[in-house]
Design a protein around this ligand. Structure first.
Ligand SMILES: Cc1cc2nc3c(=O)[nH]c(=O)nc-3n(C[C@H](O)[C@H](O)[C@H](O)COP(=O)(O)OP(=O)(O)OC[C@H]3O[C@@H](n4cnc5c(N)ncnc54)[C@H](O)[C@@H]3O)c2cc1C
Length: 463
């Protein structure tokens, strides 16, 4: 016999998405439970580059990482061309952090627990409980010293924050529009090591991104300092196109380089999958909310998912509170979560997805040429990566003339760039027009899918 508990909200998965939501719901008076299969030492344990912009904390009201959770302030990002001869420095005024994920995750959960959220670690969510066709809770197994205990967590709302594995979502009826499989080419596999180096890293407040299609096909590789001697070094590779696993590429290319190979101590190594696409078409259904990697809320260009997971949690918290005020947990009421996310961050994310697809078609030679010739100009890059749109090239007239002359020498590239800019702006517009209610979702999805088909045909992309 399983033990039964009753909650208002059960959050499954306490990584960046789930624990942010637990934190944001802590003072609402709702009875909230959070479950994770991990123990304390593995909270937020998914391998990650550990870099996050400060803006995400400011936007969501989540606490800044402090003490041991904050390992290094980040003031700039250097992006290297394939030859590494061209470097573009992006410095954002707000900056960011390299964090200790586990410590920050525990910081959030402790605060949530103090305010009455029940946290169940070592608890494996096995399946959704569906009664009379409605989602009614989660069936789970809690691992304890005296053996396993089976628990039925009944709740008005179930939140799936279990990452791309989708422990709950994957087992919902496939006719629910919230169930939307991830295409391999819309995801990446990334592998990283955290190492102690035998030299002092210059400018530890600068994280480094290297674009090189041999080392990181369809992605990039990175060196992110976590202090003077510790670095998070990794490779992300697009899935579904037959590329080698990034672990092999790491051994082949990075283990002997003078900057990445001089390792005194290996502190951790692991790899994982991450979605790199626009958000899922809907992140809510009756009695159900999905956030974080589970809802594909990730920046498709750089794969950063912690910040967007927090943003999705923020909209989820608002929508859930409203549902309890109304006493209605249907998709119609929870739809506010979609409206909040899709018309803001979701629109940016979709714009970036259009850019991501284009970037994945470029050869090393093309990237080198673009970076040498100022096409990947600082302003346009910053704007594209933060707004999901290339609208303004903030160049002087002379610079503009030079860029144009270069582009005219490569008319195909000029055409492609115009197509990319056009579709980035079109897809954003579609997301701003995200349907007011669920009955118009299918029509809207058709429009988005047609736009993608058209775009890919124009670029000659067949994946
Ligand atoms: C190598 C790599 C580098 C990355 N670098 C960065 C970076 O520098 N910056 C950045 O912002 N993002 C980065 N990302 C992406 C980022 O790690 C994810 O987007 C982020 O962790 C998503 O958070 P989440 O809470 O949605 O999912 P997750 O972090 O995957 O958390 C899901 C949680 O659910 C739990 N869970 C799963 N199944 C069950 C179950 N059945 N029952 C109970 N619990 C369950 C897991 O234990 C886990 O705690 C990187 C990803 C990878 C793979």
């Amino acid at each position: 016999m399983a033990t039964e508990y009753r909650y208002d909200v059960v959050i499954v998965g306490l990584g960046p998405a789930g624990s942010s939501l637990a934190y944001l719901l802590k003072d609402t008076g709702l009875k909230v439970a959070g479950l994770d299969i991990a123990d304390f030492s593995r909270v937020w344990g998914k391998p990650c580059g550990d870099a996050i912009g400060k803006g995400h904390f400011l936007e969501t009201g989540l606490p800044l990482p402090k003490g041991e959770a904050m390992m290094q302030i980040v003031n700039a990002v250097d992006i290297y061309s394939p030859s590494e001869e061209v470097k573009i420095r992006l410095s954002e005024p707000e900056g960011g952090f390299m964090i200790d994920r586990n410590k920050y995750g525990l910081q959030l959960l402790e605060e949530a627990e103090k305010s009455g959220v029940d946290v169940y670690l070592n608890t494996h969510a096995l399946s959704p409980i569906i009664e009379n066709g409605k989602l009614a809770g989660v069936y789970a197994k809690k691992h304890g010293e005296d053996g396993d205990v089976y628990i039925k967590f009944y709740s008005k709302i179930v939140v799936d924050a279990t990452g791309s594995g989708g422990a709950i979502k994957r087992k919902l009826p496939s006719s629910w529009p919230v169930v939307e499989p991830l295409k391999p080419t819309d995801s990446a596999v990334a592998y990283r090591k955290i190492v102690e180096l035998d030299y002092d890293i210059e400018e530890p407040d600068v994280i480094r991104i290297y674009i090189n299609a041999d080392i990181a096909p369809g992605g990039y590789w990175w060196l992110f300092p976590k202090g003077r001697r510790i670095a998070n070094i990794g490779i992300g590779v697009q899935r579904g196109r037959g590329y080698p696993h990034p672990r092999h590429l790491y051994e082949k290319y990075l283990s002997r380089r003078p900057d990445t190979g001089r390792v005194v101590r290996l502190l951790n190594e692991a790899g994982a999958l991450l979605p790199t696409r626009r958000p899922a078409n809907t992140i809510v259904w009756d009695n159900f909310v999905s956030i974080g990697d589970n809802a594909y809320t990730v920046n498709p260009v750089h794969g950063g998912g912690m910040g967007y997971a927090m943003t999705a949690a923020m909209y989820a918290a608002r929508g859930i509170e409203k549902a309890f005020e109304k006493g209605d947990y249907s998709v119609e009421t929870l739809w506010d979560v979609n409206l909040g996310y899709m018309r803001s961050t979701g629109a940016k994310q979709a714009g970036l997805d259009i850019l991501r697809i284009y970037l994945q078609t470029l050869t090393n030679e093309e990237v080198e040429w673009a970076m040498r010739n100022g096409l990947a100009n600082v302003d346009s890059l910053v704007e594209a990566s933060t707004q999901g749109e290339i609208r303004r090239l903030n160049l002087t007239l002379l610079e503009k003339a030079k860029v144009l002359a270069k582009l005219l020498g490569r008319p195909t590239k000029l055409m492609e760039l115009l197509v990319v800019a056009e579709y980035m702006s079109k897809v954003k517009k579609l997301y701003y027009e995200y349907p007011e209610n669920p009955k118009d979702l299918a029509k809207w999805v058709d429009r988005v899918e047609n736009l993608y088909r058209e775009y890919k045909t124009r670029l000659g992309v067949d994946w």
